[in-house]
Design a protein around this ligand. Structure first.
Ligand code: TYM
Length: 333
């Protein structure tokens, strides 16, 4: 049986990139009879980037409601909050003791931070927390804890899954085979969804289109996607267009072929955006209603997460026990 696992950091409102890169493929994969799924709210990871408790709390509710509104079946999938599984930070420490510092030096997020500091003429490691530096180890603990084999993620997370494989390999080599080696599952059609300004859609760039914006605001937001100055009637290059790239992530192959032709025929930007809005809105309108309804019932969300944590711990407790035994810190009997 396959074990599918993925998480989302609870620092903001879920956006189209999270949806097409992780949530949509994860829910699809979890519907296969041959799969066991683990989906979680990565709130320990949130503390790395966000020191605003109200924001972490709000984001946690929003991300939970998003998974549920999109049809996650919590009878089949294990759905939990990372911080409700205390075995995860314990495993994270044990893995920290086998993970190479040199490996962490290569992590994109850490390197980006160091480069930015260097450019600003500051000490490169200034302001880099140990949390940011060890981020990939915590993520390895998330994955290895549940022996996940398939990790549906956007392209930006591939490096972290490779690091988790590396750390699992080292642990297995030193202490004996305990961990399955995980693999990233990236949907090639939507590897990195672009945001309003054409860069990767990302909370940290402030260029996201939130998934469940009210209809009018969704329309407004889509209208803000940056385009070139070509007039209606002038042929437009689909492959360099954010509007087209997002279209492709939601459309069928045939719809994509038709839009490609419309671009070459000089569709007006306003019209392309209108059609993009209709396409996306049509696919999410029902889920948006469930989302808003769920957000008005936070205690129901909490109950679901509590039940999920119980199921998660039925796996994490024996796993941690086996790992503790493997490294020699079990209780003396
Ligand atoms: P996070 O919260 O940044 O993003 C959650 C998921 O959304 C995907 N994603 C995108 N996919 C396509 N295009 C985009 N523009 C885009 N932006 C985000 C991400 O690739 C990711 O799959 N470290 C992780 C959370 C995490 C995790 C894990 C994931 C913690 N532990 C264990 C998998 C397994 C993160 O910060 O994702």
């Amino acid at each position: 049986k396959q074990r599918i696992l993925t998480g989302i950091t609870t620092t903001g409102t879920p956006h189209l990139g999270n949806y097409v890169g992780a949530i949509r493929p994860a829910i699809q994969m979890s519907q296969s009879a041959n799969a066991e799924s683990f989906f979680f709210l990565a709130n320990f990871h949130a503390l790395i980037k966000c020191h605003d408790p109200a924001q972490v709390d709000q984001s946690t509710r929003e991300i939970a409601a998003t998974w549920l509104a999109l049809g996650l079946d919590t009878d089949n999938a294990v759905f939990y909050r990372q911080s409700d599984v205390p075995e995860i930070p314990q495993l994270s420490w044990i893995l920290t003791c086998v993970a190479a510092k040199g490996l962490m030096n290569r992590a994109h997020a850490y390197k980006a931070s160091v480069d930015a500091n260097r450019e600003a003429g500051e000490d490169p490691d200034y302001g880099v927390t140990m949390g940011l530096y060890s981020y990939p180890v915590l993520m390895a603990a998330d994955i290895l804890m549940f022996n996940a084999t398939q990790v549906p993620v956007g392209k930006d997370q591939i490096q972290h899954i490779e690091m988790a494989r590396d750390i699992a390999g080292r642990f297995n080599h030193i202490f004996g085979e305990r961990f399955a080696l995980p693999e990233a599952k990236v949907d090639d059609n939507v590897a990195v969804l672009q945001g309003l300004d054409g860069r990767k859609m990302s909370k940290s760039y402030g260029n996201t289109i939130p998934l469940f914006l009210p209809e009018k605001q969704l329309k407004k937001s889509i209208n803000k996607i940056v385009t070139n100055l070509l007039e209606p009637g002038e042929a437009k290059d689909p492959d360099s267009s954010t509007v087209f790239q997002i279209w492709q992530a939601f459309a069928t192959e045939q719809q994509t072929a038709e839009m490609r032709q419309a671009f070459l025929d000089g569709i007006a930007w306003g019209e392309a955006k209108k059609q993009l809005f209709e396409l996306i809105n049509g696919q999410i309108a029902e889920a948006r209603e469930r989302y808003n309804d769920l957000l008005s019932r936070p205690s129901d969300i909490e109950d679901i997460l509590q039940a999920g944590a119980k199921k998660a711990r039925a796996h994490s407790e024996p796993m941690l026990e086996a790992v503790r035994e493997a490294v020699g810190i079990r209780t003396i009997k």
